[in-house]
Design a protein around this ligand. Structure first.
Ligand code: ZN
Length: 325
C-alpha cells in the first residue's frame, strides 16, 4: 500500500515473447513509470535471454525507483505455483527453467511467473477496474494466438494453470498441421503468422502487389501498410484472417456467453477494418442471443497488456501475502 503523499509502490512487469521482451515499471493504479523493450534473440537460450530481461528491469529501477515485486508473462506453459516453465513451442529449450526463482535471486524481490496471455487477461481485467462478476475472453493475436479467461470476475486458470489455450482449439478438423501437433487449430488460420503467410501467397498470385514477390512472408505492419495503400492481396489476407478469428470468437461466445471479448497483440495494428470483420463473422456464427450484448474490443493497454498484467501478478501475490495462486 502506498502512503498518502509518500512514495508510491512500484512493480516490475515483463512480457517475454518469441520475438521481443517488454518491461514496464508501474504504480499500483497501473500508471506507467517507465517501459523498455528489446529483442528476445531466443536462439541464444534461456540464460542469455533472462540476462537481457534483467538488464531492462535494472535500468527501469535505476531511473524510476526500486520495485516491490516482479511478474513475468512467458510465451509458453508455466506452472504458476512454482513459477517454472513447463514447455514452450515459441521458446524452445526452456523446459523446466525456474523463471520466477531466477528473477527473485537476481533482483532480490518476490517474483511470479505465468503464461503471457494469462498475464494479459489479468492486466486487462485490472485496467477495466476489476468489475465484479465480469466474464471476459481475451485473445493475444501475435505470431501465435494465446488466450485468457476471466469468469465470474476471477482469472480462470483450470486445474493446472493451463486453461485458455484458445489458439489451439480446432477450427478445421482436417486442416493444416499446427505447431502444437494438432491439425486445423485457430492458430493455423487466424494468427499473425498465418495471416502473413496468406498475404505472401495472395501476393504471389498478383504480380503487381505492393507486397512484392519475396520468399519471406511480409510482417503484419507491412500487410497493414499495403492494405492502406489499396493493395488487393493485403486487403484480402486481412479479411480472411479476420473471418477465421471471427469463427473462433463465435465459438468462445457460444461457450462462455461473455460480456466482453478483447483482442490484443500484433493484429490490433490492422485497424478498424479487421475488428469490424471479426465482429461481422462472429455475429453470423454465434447464437444471436449470446452475441447480442457481447462487446468485441481492442485492449485498453495496447501492446503493454501482457507486461502490465505481469506486474499485476506480482501485486496480487503481495496482496495475498506471498502465497501462490
Ligand atoms: Zn495447435
Amino acid at each position: 500500500m502506498s502512503v498518502p503523499g509518500g512514495k508510491k509502490d512500484l512493480w516490475l512487469g515483463l512480457d517475454l515473447g518469441a520475438s521481443k521482451i517488454l518491461a514496464v515499471l508501474v504504480e499500483e493504479d497501473l500508471s506507467l513509470a517507465g517501459s523498455l523493450r528489446t529483442e528476445t534473440k531466443r536462439e541464444e537460450g534461456p540464460e542469455r535471454v533472462l540476462d537481457r530481461a534483467l538488464g531492462l528491469c535494472r535500468r527501469l529501477e535505476e531511473e524510476g525507483g526500486r520495485a516491490k515485486g516482479v511478474g513475468v508473462g512467458f510465451a509458453g506453459l508455466v506452472d504458476p505455483g512454482t513459477g517454472a516453465v513447463r514447455s514452450s513451442i515459441m521458446l524452445p529449450g526452456w523446459e523446466g527453467f525456474p523463471l520466477a526463482r531466477k528473477l527473485e535471486e537476481a533482483l532480490g524481490i518476490p517474483a511470479r511467473a505465468d503464461n503471457d496471455a494469462t498475464a494479459a487477461g489479468l492486466g486487462e481485467f485490472r485496467a477495466l477496474g476489476s468489475p465484479p462478476g465480469l466474464n471476459m475472453v481475451l485473445l493475444t493475436v501475435g505470431t501465435g494466438i494465446g488466450g485468457a479467461l476471466v469468469l465470474g470476475g476471477r482469472l480462470y486458470r483450470g486445474k493446472g494453470g493451463l486453461a485458455g489455450e484458445l489458439g489451439n482449439t480446432t477450427i478445421e478438423w482436417k486442416g493444416r498441421t499446427c505447431w502444437c501437433g494438432n491439425r486445423g487449430c485457430l492458430n493455423t488460420l487466424a494468427s499473425g503468422s498465418a495471416l502473413s503467410a496468406l498475404a505472401r501467397r495472395l501476393a504471389g498470385e498478383r504480380p503487381g502487389s505492393l507486397l512484392g514477390q519475396k520468399e519471406e512472408p511480409p510482417s503484419l505492419p507491412e500487410v497493414a501498410e499495403a492494405a492502406r495503400r489499396g493493395d488487393e492481396a493485403a486487403r484480402l489476407a486481412i479479411l480472411e484472417g479476420a473471418r477465421a478469428l471471427g469463427a473462433g470468437v463465435a465459438n468462445f461466445i457460444n461457450i462462455f456467453d461473455p460480456h466482453l471479448v478483447v483482442l490484443t497483440g500484433g493484429v490490433t495494428g490492422l485497424g478498424e477494418t479487421f475488428l469490424e470483420e471479426v465482429r461481422r463473422e462472429a455475429g453470423k456464427r454465434a447464437f444471436a442471443e449470446a452475441f447480442e450484448g457481447t462487446k468485441i474490443e481492442l485492449s485498453r493497454l495496447g501492446d503493454m497488456t501482457g507486461a502490465v498484467g505481469a506486474a499485476c501478478l506480482a501485486m496480487e501475490a503481495a496482496r495475498r501475502g506471498g502465497s501462490r495462486p
